[in-house]
Ligand binder design. Structure first.
Ligand SMILES: [Mn+2]
Length: 233
């Protein structure tokens, strides 16, 4: 078994704990900024030095901004809300994204989410030491393109992460990088539709000699399920 630094694991565990606690304070009426402040204090409560990068809580149409953060907008019923954050523990940083619907997801929410999960899974299945990063990116991109949303996936598929939030190799279509055993990369496909909203899912994956290990265990549910072990959409 590949040696995986326990502090790195801890950075992931802390972020996942806070994700699982989101239903306790993310309610209709709270602002993005208030949610982000609460996330920050929960990360610290669980032992993080601080957040690993600027916390993103993007509600409603703000979810179409790929570099959104957390503003004054209040969360409304039916909103898409995107959460992208991680913990800094000692020198290690985690990076996870989930997108939730505040209420009952529509058919379109479910369709886009299922497509993102499919694209993410396809990309993850290709991860193995020696694989070019380009192939990983193009795999996710091809799945999204085939479903007709190619032009809505407007950023790269992922990046390495460890002591800095964005490290090399980057998982993008023009990358000349190759995955090495021990690399930890994010796989984060997203679809952004003007006037409707954006959705993104992001998990962290360890590259091994023969394949990979998904490090994040957080369920990929579409609703803010009060049961922390809920699965599916
Ligand atoms: Mn990321």
């Amino acid at each position: 078994m590949l040696d995986f630094h326990r502090d790195f694991k801890k950075a992931i565990d802390i972020a996942e704990k806070v994700f699982e606690e989101l239903p306790t304070f993310v309610k209709i009426g709270i602002s993005e900024k208030e949610a982000a402040q609460k996330i920050r204090s929960m990360l610290k409560k669980h032992g993080a030095k601080k957040e690993s990068f600027r916390i993103i809580v993007a509600a409603g149409k703000n979810s179409t901004k790929i570099h959104g953060f957390a503003g004054r907008r209040r969360i409304k019923k039916g909103d898409i809300v995107m959460f992208d954050f991680g913990a800094l523990y000692n020198t290690f940083r985690s990076d996870i994204t989930r997108t939730y619907i505040m209420g009952k997801p529509t058919k379109k929410h479910k369709k886009i989410w299922a497509l993102l999960l499919k694209a993410q899974k396809g990309a993850i299945e290709k991860i193995k030491a020696g694989t070019s990063c380009k192939v990983i990116d193009l795999t996710a991109r091809a799945i999204i393109k085939r479903a007709g949303y190619g032009k809505n996936f407007i950023h790269s598929t992922g990046h390495a992460v460890r002591h800095k939030i964005h490290e090399y190799p980057r998982i993008r279509s023009k990358s000349r990088g190759v995955l090495e055993e021990g690399d930890v990369v994010t796989i984060e496909p997203g679809i952004y539709i003007k006037g409707w909203g954006g959705m993104r899912v992001e998990d962290m994956v360890l590259v091994t000699k023969r394949g990979h290990r998904v490090l994040t265990r957080l369920p990929q549910t579409l609703t803010l399920n009060p049961s922390p072990r809920g699965r599916g959409i």
